[in-house]
Structure formats: C-alpha cells, structure tokens
Design a protein around this ligand. Sequence first.
Ligand code: COA
Length: 275
Amino acid sequence: MQRTDLSAITLDIEDGIAWIALNRPEKKNAMSPRLHEEMDWLLADIEADDAAKVIVLTGKGDSWCAGQDLKAFFREGVDNPKNAKRLRETSERWRSLRLQGYDKPTIAMVNGFCFGGAFTQLTSCDFAIAAETATFGLSEVNWGMIPGGIVAKALVDSMDFRDALYYASTGEAFDGKRAAELKLVNKAVPADALREETIKLAKTLMAKNPHTLRAIKHAMRSVRRMDYFQAFDYLGAKLAEMRYADPSNGRQKAMEQFLDDKTYRPGLGAYKTEK
Ligand code: COA
C-alpha cells in the first residue's frame, strides 16, 4: 500500500501534526474492512515518519465514527468465517496494539457521533478532546449485542464500573460535556474551538522531549497491570533504560540548565532543547 492508495481515510501532515480522518462521511464513518486495512498500514507507516510528531484521529463530516460497519461485520462476515477472522485481527490490531503502544502521542478529536466499536480507538488514544455537541453511545444493547470486540474491556479499564455498566446496559446516548464528566475525554469544547484546542494540546506535547513522552506513556500503561513491587522494579529499570534510549541526552541538558545555568524552572515548563 502507498499513501496515494488511501480512500477510506485521509492524511494531512501540517506543522508536525498528522491529521488522520476517517473518510466515509456518507456512512457516518462506520469502519469498513478497507478502512481497517488502511488504518493498520498508515499507523505503521507514519510511526517511522519524522514529519509526524503528534497524531490526531478525527472524522470527516458530522461523525467521528459510527462503530463497525454493521453490514460488513455482522452480516457479510458471518458468511465467510476465514475472512472474518483476518478482518477481526486487523481491526483490533490498529485500534488496540498499535495505538496503545504507539511511539508518538495520539489525540482523539471527537467531532460528532461516537458509537459502539469506536470506543476502542477512543480509549486507546492517549488523549481525547470532544465537541460539546458530539454524541456518544454504547448502542450494542439496542440491537441485541454486547459491547464486543474488546469494547467492554476497554470501558471497564477506562471508566468507573457503575457508569460503564449503566451506559452499556441502557444504550443511553450522551453528549461531549457528559463524556468529559465521565473522564472518557480530557475535555469538551464548543465545536468551533475543537481544532484550535487540539492544536494547542499538540503544540504542548511537541514542546516536550519525544523520548520522555514515549517512555511516560509506555510506563503508565504497563504499571496499570502490575502490582506495587513489580511496578517499583519496572520503573527503576525503565528510568535506567532512558539514559540510553534518548539520543538527545535531554535529562542531562535539563539538569545543567536548572542546577548550573539556572535558566529554567522544571516546575514551570520544558528545558531548552537546543542547548
Ligand atoms: N454500519 C453501517 N452503516 C452505517 C452505520 C454503521 N455502524 N452507521 C451509519 N450507517 C449508514 C446508514 O445505514 C446510512 O446509510 P444509507 O445512506 O445507505 O442508508 C448512512 O450511514 C447514514 O446514516 P443515518 O442513520 O441515515 O444517519 P443519521 O444522522 O440519521 O443517524 C446514527 C446517525 C449514527 C445515529 C445512525 O446511523 C446509527 O445509529 N448508526 C449505528 C450506530 C451503531 O449502533 N454503531 C455501533 C456499531 S459497533
């Protein structure tokens, strides 16, 4: 595959931000087999592209993502079990494995509908900003399914259990403001400020040492599954590893700027990377 082959998604890289948009607005950006294949390929491709420093995942039109394409997954898929398995793996790979282990920060910019299977990539992105007017829903119950794939797990890992069970059982839709109260997204903003707020967060992230950011996210995701003593040991090893994993030697520069040069305050902002 090449970037010029993409049709179910689009990519624009601008000032370090890679804007990836699901591009099936006529189907409310429901995820088709083709869309999954393109996303799986593109995420791997831009992970190695230095021009892309922060990834933003959004949707064309009035929808972020209406979940899996019901026709392709729950009707046609049943007729072809071999193909269904491959599709299921591709679909989960980019939304769980790739996004959660991604080397660059990822932001979900939720511009509209976010239903069912879309919660997988929503919770896998590192950060999420929603339009106040966006509509979220765990609609599976409304058509006789459970939040399958990995959605039920993603929910209980990222939401309060009572809220997760309530919304999965009632299918009640909620807006961006409620999503922020539930901590499903970091914040909800008026729709016309969504892009600007997203750029602001992306710029904040781009001002940090990318090696440190990568280590923070990998460490924080990993320790969630460890007990106290495992986490203590792991974090010690991770810290030691970072001395070798950061070619810019950022930690040393920061120490010198604070302790020797006295030119910055780590409590108030990032050190100067050019020193
Ligand atoms: N799978 C397949 N097609 C979908 C879809 C999905 N998840 N969501 C929307 N579409 C299609 C509709 O079938 C329709 O196609 P058509 O024009 O060929 O008839 C088109 O997208 C537009 O949808 P429509 O329902 O007319 O738009 P709306 O603005 O009235 O409602 C939604 C938007 C998102 C509320 C509604 O489409 C919906 O409930 N979709 C299903 C959401 C869902 O349960 N997702 C969970 C899947 S895991």
